[in-house]
Design a protein around this ligand. Structure first.
Ligand code: HEM
Length: 170
C-alpha cells in the first residue's frame, strides 16, 4: 500500500535505472531500484504481515510474544513513527540502533529464510505494475489492516488504476 505514496518517484526510478523506453527488466537491475527497495522496507515496517511471533521458554515454563507491529512503532525508537517515509533508511540507524526495532522477518533461530527471495519477487511484481498502470485511491479511502487473518491483509482494498499512455517494451 505504501507504494502508492511514492508511485511517481518509483516510476521515474524505473526509467532512470532501466532506460526511458523501459525495456524488459533485468535481474541485475533489481538491486539498483533503491527507492522501490526502501518503499518495500517502509511498508513492511508500518504493515508487517505477521503481527506476533510466539516462543515457549523452557525454564521457567512460559510463553513470550514478540510483535513487529508494536516494535515498528515504538515512540522512543522511531522518529515520526507513523509517517510513511522511505527515505528514513538513507540515514544510518533510523531506529537508534535498537537490536529488535525492525523485525518484519523475525529474528534469531527461526528468522525467515525467504527475505531475499521475497524482495526479488515483490520488486519484480511492482516494477511490472508500475510500468503498466497508474494507481490512485478511491475517494481518498486508505484501507485499514485486517487483523483477523494470520497473515494480515488490507481490509476492503479498493483501488483505482488505469493503463499508462506510454507502455513498456514487450
Ligand atoms: C514479505 C514476505 C515475508 C515475510 C514478511 C516473512 C516473515 C516471516 C517471519 C516473521 C518469520 C518468523 C516466524 C517466527 O519466528 O515464528 C518467517 C519464517 C519463515 N519464513 Fe518467511 N516471510 C516472508 C517471505 C518468505 C518466503 C518468500 C519464504 C520462502 C521462499 C519464507 C520462508 C520462511 C520459512 C521457511 C520460515 C521458518 C524459518 C524457521 O522456522 O526456522 N518466507 N517468515
Amino acid at each position: 500500500m505504501g507504494f502508492f505514496l511514492a508511485r511517481d518517484r518509483c516510476y521515474s526510478e524505473q526509467k532512470r535505472v532501466c532506460g526511458d523506453d523501459l525495456p524488459p527488466l533485468h535481474y541485475d537491475q533489481l538491486k539498483d531500484l533503491s527507492l522501490l527497495d526502501r518503499c518495500l522496507k517502509e511498508t513492511l515496517r508500518l504493515r508487517p504481515p505477521i503481527m506476533t511471533m510466539m516462543r515457549m521458554a523452557k525454564t521457567p515454563q512460559d510463553t513470550r510474544c514478540v510483535s513487529p507491529t508494536v516494535n515498528h512503532r515504538l515512540q522512543d525508537t522511531w522518529s515520526e513513527r507513523l509517517d510513511f517515509n522511505p527515505d528514513r533508511y538513507l540515514h544510518d540507524n533510523p531506529a537508534a540502533g535498537e537490536k529488535f526495532a525492525y523485525i518484519p522477518f523475525g529474528a534469531g533461530r527461526h528468522r525467515c529464510i525467504g527475505e531475499n527471495f521475497a524482495y526479488v519477487q515483490i520488486k519484480t511484481i511492482w516494477s511490472t505494475m508500475l510500468r503498466l498502470l497508474d494507481f490512485e485511491l478511491v475517494d481518498g479511502h486508505f484501507p485499514a489492516v485486517n487483523y483477523t487473518t494470520m497473515i494480515h491483509t488490507p481490509r476492503n482494498p479498493i483501488i483505482r488504476y488505469k493503463r499508462r499512455k506510454t507502455q513498456p517494451q514487450q
